[in-house]
Every structure is written in structure tokens, then in C-alpha cells.
Design a protein around this ligand. Structure first.
Ligand SMILES: NC(=O)N[C@@H](CC(=O)O)C(=O)O
Ligand SMILES: [Zn+2]
Ligand SMILES: [Zn+2]
Length: 436
């Protein structure tokens, strides 16, 4: 592979533009730059910001089972275009990723596509049924090397099963990622329990259904001294519980989705199911609290919860529609809009919440690394001044269910680099099979 020269780029958006040489998949020294800079392939940075490649702890790739809505290949393309160099593929596929065969298949298909590191998440319970623990150890020891387990889509609601899962995960040096939703409190739920749901006649999904599970799980995790990760935090109260749990030394981490950082249940008045998601869009007060919690570290990171759905599962009446929305290609724009433009995060902060913390939480040693000589070249180039308009039909996903249709977003990914190889360049996918 030819060396790659990033000309005129600004690590973390700081200081004057510099030239960065990448050789053999790692960031090379000034010496190497002098020696090999001349025969390198060049990307003109024009002052672009360079950050560690983004890591998404929460992606639904839908393969196996629903390849009509997304595949490992199309999801990988969306990820590369969104600036991601690693994604965690949730286990709620069909069949469920609750055994070594499935997780190894997902990992190997991800490697074959080669556009982003695809790490399978293993299910916590057999068939996501919440009754019997899946073989966490076998998945951990498999070639897929699973270190994140989740029944996402469903909550591990039985406290005894949750406690056992936490105990096992501790011995495997893994983390349990919980979809916090007390099922008894959300039977038939369609929207955030509040004024809008009442007015529109939609069954409510109370904040307490999330907060009570997060509180319970934090207490369990503390008791067994295991690591808990809270998926898609959506309420002010959850942020309060996390603050309390962290203060007493609980090994808990948490993520927030881009959509919960910007959208509210005011969107529901159109009855357009593109806005239906689990947990539901909440209030402006929650949005503000989530932004603050992300800025101050109470919430560790941003995760997309990229959830592609078929037209027939979205273009239907509200109650019949499936919850979930696309996220991989719009995440950066939403983070820039809600966190950078508001002054809540600088670019170092963006690197922290979109790359460094998620890599640490999942135990990845080759992602979310500092931009320094000798480090693996998993990088993203961002043009902070560019804007673009979201068009669902143009996104790389098979599905087009984006709630950001027609929105102008700030900040564009100009290049994504995985171990020194360009995977996306100015909105174009760079396919390894063509590039090499
Ligand atoms: N977020 C969603 O609304 N849907 C997700 C499941 C989940 O993340 O809970 C899906 O798989 O479609
Ligand atoms: Zn979920
Ligand atoms: Zn999810």
C-alpha cells in the first residue's frame, strides 16, 4: 500500500495546518515524511480538521434476516461516509446473534466488506427472550471476540437474570449494554407520556420506565462490581441517576443518540412515523439536560442507534409502524449543530464523545487513539465550514427513514481512513476491491 499524505490538516481543529504522513497503516514521523512524502498518495486537506475515526457502540445492520432494509455492506458504507471506523452491530437480527456461529458470521462478513471494523454485539439472553442467559463465554472466546452484550430492542427486565449477566460479563471483561425500559410500564406505549401524547391520543411511554431500570441496574452493577452501559439515554431523570451512580463509584457508562439531542415530541403532531423511535422523543427540557450531561461527561458518548426500516414498516399508521431511525451519516452534523455550534463541546470534545470514550467502553485498543506518531491511522477528516442537505434517498442505507430529511447540516466528512486506507472520500465510497 502506498503511503498516504494528508496535506494541510489540523488535528483536533487546533493550531496551524500540518502535513500528516501515514505509512503501513500508522501515523509516521517527520523523518518518514521527509523520506517518503514525495511518493505518497495525497489528500488535500485545505485546513480540514482531523479526528480519530468515530466509533459507534449502537448500530443495527439487520443482517442476517432483514437484508431488505440494510446489510452489513450497505451499513458499512453508511458508516464510512459518516466518518466511522468501527461499529457495534446489535444482536436483534433474525436469527438472533446469541451464539458463536452468528457473531462469527457477522464479524467475517464485516471483514470481507472491509469499509469499517464491524464488531458483533452478542445477545444477553437466548433469542432475546429474557429468560435464559445466552452463552456469553462462548461468544467472548469465539473468533468474533465479543466484549459487548445486549438484548437491545428489549430490556433484560428480570433482575436476577440481569445480575447474573453482570457477574458473567465481569469475569469475561465485557460490558452489558442495557435497553432500559420497564416493560410493565410501557405496554402499548407509542410516544413520550406527556401533553403531546395526551392531545394526540397516543398511549404514553413514561420517563419512569427508563429511569427505574437505570437506577436498578446501577445498584446491581455496583453490588457485583461489574460494568454496565446504558443505551440511548432519553430523560433528565436518567442523567440525574447516572450522576448519582457515578459519584458513588459505579462502573457505569452511557450513550445518547443524535436524535435525542435535537428532536422533541413536538414532532409528533404530524403523525409521521419517521419520528417514532424507542425510547421516544421527549421534551425540550430533556433535550437541554442531555446536551449538558454529554458536555459534562455524565453521559459518556454519542451512539447512533442507526435503525433502518422498510417502507411498509414506516409508511403506515402510527401504531403499526416500527420504531427506529437512520443515524450513521447524519450523526456528525447533529453533534456539530447541537454541541459544537452551541459552545458545549470543542473538537477535542467531539473526539472524546464520538471516538475515544466509545472505544474505551468497548475495550478497543486500536480505535479512539491519540493522533500521534506510531498510532494506528484510523482517522476522519472534517470540513467544519461545509454544509449539506439531508436526502434519505441518497444515503447509502437500503432504507431511507431519516427524520432529518431536507435539513441543512453543518460539518461534512471529507475523508475516512481505516488503518491507512481511504474508505470514504468526499461523499464517495472507496471500495477496497477497486482501490487495490
Ligand atoms: N431504537 C429503536 O426504535 N429501534 C431499534 C431497537 C432499539 O434500539 O431499541 C430497532 O432495532 O429498530
Ligand atoms: Zn434500544
Ligand atoms: Zn438499538
Amino acid at each position: 500500500m502506498k503511503p498516504l499524505l494528508l496535506k494541510g490538516v489540523r488535528p483536533y481543529g487546533e493550531g496551524e495546518p500540518i502535513d500528516l504522513l501515514i505509512r503501513d497503516g500508522v501515523i509516521a514521523s517527520q523523518n518518514d515524511l521527509a523520506q517518503h512524502g514525495d511518493n505518497a498518495e495525497i489528500i488535500e486537506g485545505n485546513g480540514a480538521i482531523v479526528l480519530p475515526g468515530f466509533v459507534d457502540l449502537h448500530t443495527h445492520l439487520r443482517e442476517p434476516g432483514r437484508e431488505d432494509t440494510e446489510t452489513i455492506e450497505t451499513g458499512s458504507r453508511a458508516a464510512a461516509l459518516g466518518g466511522y471506523t468501527a461499529v457495534f452491530a446489535m444482536a436483534n437480527t433474525d436469527p438472533v446473534a446469541d451464539n458463536a456461529v452468528i457473531v462469527e458470521h457477522v464479524a467475517s462478513r464485516g471483514r470481507e466488506v472491509g469499509l469499517v471494523d464491524v464488531h458483533p454485539v452478542g445477545a444477553v439472553t437466548v433469542g432475546l427472550k429474557g429468560e435464559k442467559l445466552a452463552e456469553l463465554g462462548t461468544m467472548a472466546k469465539s473468533k468474533a471476540n465479543v466484549r459487548v452484550f445486549s438484548d437491545d430492542g428489549l430490556c433484560v427486565h428480570d433482575p436476577l437474570i440481569m445480575r447474573r449477566a453482570l457477574e458473567y460479563s465481569k469475569s469475561l471483561n465485557a460490558v452489558i449494554a442495557q435497553h432500559a425500559e420497564e416493560p410493565r410500564l410501557t405496554i402499548g406505549a407509542q410516544a413520550h407520556e406527556g401533553e403531546n401524547a395526551s392531545r394526540l391520543g397516543l398511549q404514553g411511554w413514561p420517563a419512569a420506565a427508563e429511569e427505574s431500570i437505570v437506577a436498578r441496574d446501577c445498584i446491581l452493577a455496583k453490588q457485583v462490581d461489574a460494568r454496565l452501559h446504558v443505551c440511548h439515554v432519553s430523560t433528565t431523570g436518567t442523567a440525574d441517576v447516572l450522576k448519582w451512580a457515578k459519584a458513588r463509584g459505579t462502573k457505569v457508562s452511557a450513550e445518547v443518540t443524535p436524535h435525542h439531542l435535537i428532536l422533541t415530541d413536538d414532532r409528533l403532531s404530524t403523525y409521521d412515523p419517521v419520528n417514532k423511535v424507542n425510547p421516544p422523543l421527549r421534551t425540550q427540557q430533556d433535550v437541554d439536560a442531555l446536551r449538558q450531561a454529554l458536555a459534562d461527561g455524565t453521559i459518556d458518548c454519542v451512539a447512533t442507534d442507526h435503525a433502518p426500516h422498510a417502507i411498509q414498516d414506516k409508511d403506515c399508521e402510527w401504531s403499526a409502524a416500527r420504531p427506529g431511525m437512520l443515524g450513521l451519516q447524519t450523526a456528525l452534523g447533529i453533534v456539530v449543530e447541537t454541541m459544537v455550534r452551541t459552545g458545549l463541546l470543542d473538537w477535542r470534545g467531539v473526539a472524546r464523545v464520538m471516538s475515544e470514550r466509545p472505544a474505551e467502553i468497548a475495550g478497543l485498543t486500536d480505535q479512539g487513539r491519540p493522533i500521534e506518531v506510531g498510532e494506528p491511522a484510523n482517522l476522519v477528516l472534517v470540513d467544519p465550514d461545509a454544509t449539506w442537505t439531508v436526502n434519505g434517498a441518497e444515503l447509502a442505507s437500503v432504507s431511507g427513514n431519516t427524520p432529518f430529511e431536507g435539513m441543512e447540516l453543518p460539518g461534512a466528512v471529507t475523508a475516512t481512513i481505516l488503518r491507512g486506507r481511504v474508505t470514504a472520500l468526499r461523499q464517495m465510497i472507496v471500495d477496497r476491491r477497486i482501490a487495490e
